[in-house]
Design a protein around this ligand. Structure first.
Ligand code: ZN
Length: 309
């Protein structure tokens, strides 16, 4: 009996850090390493990152017979899912032959995936989306993205994504957005905006801590971001008709400080049909959803069969 399909490598290339993990069949992480995505110096960044991922993967494998790797990365990928066509944080990855370079370095087949899709798939297979038939997962971290699984398959439009759902316009007079538009959901939940509104020193975690200690401006800033997430969910529900929506990413780690506002806005602004049909949940896999979701398509449901990526 072969062990193929019981374990796979999951790699999540983020703007700051890259996670490399050995993931088991139930979505459990056996080994995990985090390495910086960028390196100092003038050398070519992409080949150097590939080299360091392979080193890290060698340590994570520990003799386990994983025979394929999945890679999650932010941005758009080409139709053949061979390379990126756009990466908002790491422009040097665009047009680099990421799939073939990693496959060569790791000595195994590699599957390339958009990070918001990977997070969605991880939650669908192993987390808060289990049992849903139309599952929408919104991930608010550095950016705001989404993935949708319908009857087990990810929906793919532009750049193999669900579309750029973070740039749905929610406020005509809202703040300028990195996309060149104004009032997008992503601009309304941006961590820099939350920190500004809260009037706190530091970053999002400091705002969350201050809100927990009763700081009114911090609470109000997080509630406001939650309302934006709820409005986005209500709008997307009209198009995609999910039966379950999960909120994932760093912002959801604020728990009720963000998600209560999201829930209230969703119930207030969504249609009667959505209010009846959609269950709002909190993602359950945390910051490891990227590596788990990257590996998920390579892990068999029952350990018995394994299809090529
Ligand atoms: Zn935008």
């Amino acid at each position: 009996m072969t062990n193929r399909g019981h374990w796979a490598l999951g790699i999540d290339i983020g703007g700051t850090n890259t996670k490399v993990a050995l993931v088991g069949r139930e979505g459990l992480i056996v080994a995990l390493e985090t390495i910086p995505t960028r390196t100092e110096g003038s050398g070519a960044q992409a080949p150097e990152l590939v080299r360091r991922i392979a080193e890290s993967a060698g340590r994570c494998l520990q003799g386990y017979p994983a025979e394929a790797a999945g890679v999650a990365v932010a941005g758009f990928v080409d139709d053949g899912r061979e390379s990126m066509i756009y990466n908002p944080n790491l422009p040097w990855l665009a047009d680099f032959p990421l799939k073939s370079a990693l496959s060569r370095a790791l000595g195994m087949p590699v599957l390339l995936e958009v990070d918001s899709n990977a997070a969605c798939l991880a939650e669908y297979r192993f987390g808060s989306g289990r049992g849903a038939s139309r599952f929408l997962c919104l991930t608010a971290g550095t950016g705001l993205g989404g993935g949708m699984v319908v009857n087990g398959d990810l929906l793919r439009f532009t750049g193999q994504c669900l579309g750029d759902v973070g740039h749905v316009v929610l406020d005509a007079d809202g703040p300028a957005c990195s996309c060149g538009g104004r009032g997008c959901a992503e601009a309304l939940v941006a961590q820099s905006r939350i920190v500004d509104q809260a009037g706190c020193m530091g970053g999002l975690l400091d705002v969350i801590q201050a809100a927990r200690e009763g700081h009114l401006h911090a609470r109000s800033a997080l509630e406001s971001a939650g309302r934006a997430l709820g409005l986005l969910a209500a709008s997307l529900a009209q198009i995609f008709q999910p039966d379950r929506i999960a909120f994932a990413g760093g912002l959801s780690e604020a728990g009720g400080l963000v998600l209560d506002g999201a829930q209230i806005a969703f119930l207030r602004n969504s249609s009667d049909a959505s209010r009846d049909q959609v269950r709002i949940v909190t993602a359950s896999l945390g910051r490891t959803s990227g590596v788990i979701g990257a590996a998920a398509p390579l892990l068999t449901e029952d350990g018995g069969t394994f299809g090529p990526p």
